[in-house]
Design a binder for this molecule. Structure first.
Ligand code: DSN
Length: 431
């Protein structure tokens, strides 16, 4: 595949360096993964050439008969995965998906209630530096100070006090299961829409390892590139009982058509123009992979790896927020190790281990420094690593954090990391 870059040696070199980086380092960023060569091929396919504003069968351009097939396939496959009635696969990202949903359901100035960013939420769940906190009156719920778990009494109190028009469940750094049923009850009590952003755990939900939010929420959004292991992008989904909560059943006409009018038109022309048809075809490929039985083994292994890694880190004296994990990630509080998230991220990077610094609940340090790091297992699991490898990784992390100011030790850990990675070749076909 890379042969085609021979005409541009500068870019070829960048691509080669990145493959080398991926091969030789341990990728533990919880939101990252490695797509298959099939997904990669679709993402690099001729569909990138096509303008296809509109939706299958209703485009503003001629010549869309083939891209229509790709989009229909992607929509049909993701609906099967999550038992959805409606899917929009055009959002270029999770942020676009969330923006489309907010703009469809809210007016500027309406109140939204989401998990605070510094407690594990996401920028688009109401952060003041994001459109969601600027266009809307954003209020946030926090985790319980003692348990560092979602506190449904606190969330209910906040909802009753603030009367949001929309409540958003979902996070980018929360390692536990969500009780969507209770969120539904809270949303119903205050007359709010309930939206779930399942971007992080979507691949685990896809195989029934975590609760499917589509059963409880009015709308569900997701990215496609995290545990779903697809190309970078977003989706919007509606479950099969969404009609009551959206009030659509009181309208005349076909319900699916109405859903299309509301959500499809907000994505395009509302906030996006031409869809990325090559990415939509790559989404179709990834969703096909999720539907395969082998993805269930993958998803189960992500969980086993995550649990084993957190257990071993605890044995090494690390504090894991909430004491463990139910999903693919864990948040490590480094306070007792006397090192900031920023310094730990840097030391680990020097040692060939890629993580991100992350605020912990009630953090006293700034987002640029932080008291914690976030660690996830989706990417190393894609490489084929199992529980015994997680034990080795925990040891390497421990060693790197304890020796964060010793260049020689970090270099020696980097060599161990490279050895471990060499047993799990990645994208060797591209070399
Ligand atoms: N930036 C993503 C993450 O790392 O979780 C969320 O969008």
């Amino acid at each position: 595949m890379l042969n085609y870059l021979n005409s541009d040696p500068e870019v070829l070199q960048i691509a080669k360096l990145e493959i080398e980086r991926l091969q030789d380092n341990l990728e533990l960023i919880a939101s990252e993964n490695f797509v298959s060569l099939a997904v990669l091929s679709a993402a690099g396919s001729v569909l990138t050439n096509k303008y296809a504003e509109g939706y299958p069968g209703k485009r503003y351009y001629g010549g869309c008969e083939n891209v229509d097939l790709a989009e229909d396939l992607a929509r049909e496959r993701i609906k099967r995965i999550f038992d959805a009635e409606y899917a929009n696969v055009q959002p270029h990202s999770g942020s676009q998906a969330n923006m489309g949903v907010y703009m469809a359901l809210l007016n500027p100035g309406d109140t939204i209630l989401g998990l605070s960013l510094d407690h594990g939420g996401h920028l688009t769940h109401g952060s003041p530096v994001n459109f969601s906190g600027q266009l809307y009156r954003a209020v946030s719920y926090q985790l319980n100070k003692e348990t560092k778990l979602l506190d449904y009494n606190l969330i209910e109190d906040m909802a009753v006090k603030e009367k949001p028009k929309l409540i958003i469940a979902g996070a980018s750094a929360y390692s536990r299961e969500w009780d969507y049923q209770t969120f539904r009850e809270i949303a119903d009590k205050v007359g709010a829409f309930l939206v779930c952003d399942m971007s992080h755990p979507a691949g685990l939900i896809a195989k029934g390892l975590l609760t499917n939010p589509l059963k409880y929420c009015d709308v569900v959004t997701s990215t496609t590139h995290k545990t779903l292991r697809g190309p970078r992008g977003g989706v919007i989904l509606l479950g099969k009982d969404s009609e009551n909560k959206l009030g659509i059943k009181t309208m005349k006409g076909d319900r699916l058509k109405l859903m299309s009018e509301i959500f499809d038109s907000m994505i395009m022309p509302g906030i996006q123009g031409g869809p990325l048809m090559h990415i939509i075809m790559a989404k179709a490929v990834a969703f096909g992979e999720v539907l395969n039985d082998s993805f269930e083994e993958y998803a189960k292994q992500i969980l086993k790896n995550s649990k084993r890694l957190s257990q071993k880190l605890i044995e090494y004296g690390f504090e894991i927020i909430s004491g463990g994990t139910d999903n693919h990630l864990m948040l490590v509080d480094l306070t007792n190790k006397g090192i900031s998230g920023k310094k730990a991220e840097k030391a680990l990077e020097t040692a060939g281990i890629t993580v991100n610094k992350n605020m912990i609940p009630f953090d006293t340090k700034s987002p640029f420094v932080t008291s914690g790091i976030r660690i996830g297992t989706p990417a190393v699991t894609t490489r084929g690593m199992k529980e015994k490898d997680m034990e080795i990784i925990a040891g390497l992390i421990n060693s790197a954090v304890n020796n964060h100011d010793k260049e020689e030790t970090l270099a020696s850990i980097k060599s161990d990391v490279k050895d471990l990675c060499s047993k799990f070749p990645l994208y060797k076909e591209l070399n």
